[in-house]
Write a protein that binds this ligand. Structure first.
Ligand code: XIL
Length: 370
């Protein structure tokens, strides 16, 4: 496989250089690991599981599938386990795409993870024509069918995605949508309890965005998320991990100390933390591709090394692995771009070659002190 060969070749060159040059001899073990390891192996050494979001492209693109098999211990479907795919028409369930991806993972000796059972965003159109009472019944039926269908097959499930919404002047309040309308805040507890009853082995995850922003929105979402965790735990709801998406937006303020303190508060509640959707939208960076890739790597390293200082972080997942399959390069996303440039948000480029971001992730893993 071309990437493995390439990484191995680079690793060999790195070791050869180390034997010849004093500066290279002084390289840290971390740098050696970064130069030679695949991310899954580097993650394991750091007490982490590394994975990536993929979807049906994995079944069509053999080179990409090979890259995923080499680099990841876990995959998560980015689209095929969402309600829009599973129940596109009311009461007509479609499990085939999700099943195919879970089977790909297991046949490759990888873990599969679920994303996401309940999300107030991207609800299928049929939700618009139902009354709140009908929506409540529909959600219960959906949760039960999906949890039972995948029971025992998923390492973890994002039970609720993005409970909070940063909209308007009410940062930190609940994200509006059909499920909030039907149940109020209780939809969250309800979903966790129903899945726990049907699938006792999967890890139950509450997944949220924006918490790495050190602006009024990010600060409010952090505060709201911690309060929600406390309410759920006080009610005895089984909650195993908090997923923090980590879609890094470089123009947002970042404060390592504040983010680290937030992670420690989650950890103090006995929860694991997953970084669930790591990528960086660097389309707004100035400079040539090499400069942009270097800057993306630096930002990724700053974020990850802060996250990995918290021992509760045990999983890191990129939202995609190679730029050509990033959601930032989806046609619908192009319309809302802040810049005309192609986004280069992931550790591998469109030719499946590692970028500086690959080295940054490997270095953050290798540097982790357990
Ligand atoms: C994205 C998918 O990657 C896209 O293909 C789709 O069109 C929209 O959703 N946060 C989430 C993910 O929790 O579900 C989103 O995935 C990306 C942002």
């Amino acid at each position: 496989m071309r990437t493995t060969q390439m990484i191995t070749r680079r690793g060999a060159l790195g070791l050869c250089g180390g034997a010849l040059a004093a500066t290279a001899r002084a390289r840290s073990a971390a740098a050696d690991a970064a130069a030679t390891a695949d991310l899954a192996a580097a993650a394991r050494k750091a007490g982490l599981t590394f994975g990536a979001a993929v979807d049906l492209e994995i079944l069509k693109d053999a080179d990409f599938a090979a890259l995923i098999r080499t680099q990841c211990d876990l995959i998560v479907p980015s689209q095929s386990l969402k309600m829009a795919t599973i129940e596109p028409q009311f009461d007509a369930f479609q499990f085939e795409p999700g099943d195919a991806l879970v089977e790909f993972a297991h046949a490759s000796g990888k873990l599969a993870r679920g994303h996401t059972i309940v999300w107030n965003d991207y609800a299928p159109d049929w939700t618009k024509s139902l009354s709140n009472a009908e929506l409540a019944k529909a959600l219960d039926a959906y949760i039960d069918a999906v949890a039972a269908h995948f029971a025992g097959r998923l390492q973890s499930w994002d039970i609720v995605n993005e409970p909070f919404w940063l909209g308007g002047d009410r940062p930190g309040s609940f994200r509006p949508g059909p499920w909030l309308a039907a149940f109020g805040e209780d939809y969250i507890e309800r979903a966790f309890r129903r899945v726990a009853a049907l699938d006792p082995t999967t890890k139950l995850v509450l997944n949220e965005a924006w918490t790495e922003w050190n602006d009024p929105i990010g600060i409010a979402v952090r505060r709201a998320l911690l309060a929600l965790i406390e309410r759920l735990q006080d009610k005895g709801v089984k909650l195993d991990a908090i997923g923090l998406q980590g879609h890094i937006l470089p123009h947002k303020p970042w404060d390592a100390e504040a983010f680290g303190a937030f992670l420690n508060k989650i950890a103090a509640r006995g929860l694991d933390i997953y970084i669930t959707e790591l990528d960086i939208d660097n389309s707004g960076f100035v400079g040539d591709i090499a400069a942009r890739d270097r800057e993306a790597a630096q930002r990724t390293f700053a974020f990850l090394s802060t996250a990995l200082a918290c021992p509760a972080v045990n999983t890191v997942i990129c939202w995609g692995l190679a730029d050509n399959y990033s959601w930032y390069n989806d046609p619908w996303f192009q319309k809302q771009r802040r810049a005309a440039r192609e986004a280069r948000p992931l550790p591998f480029d469109a030719a499946l070659q590692p970028k500086p971001m690959f080295e940054a992730i490997a270095r953050a893993f290798a540097d982790r002190k357990l």
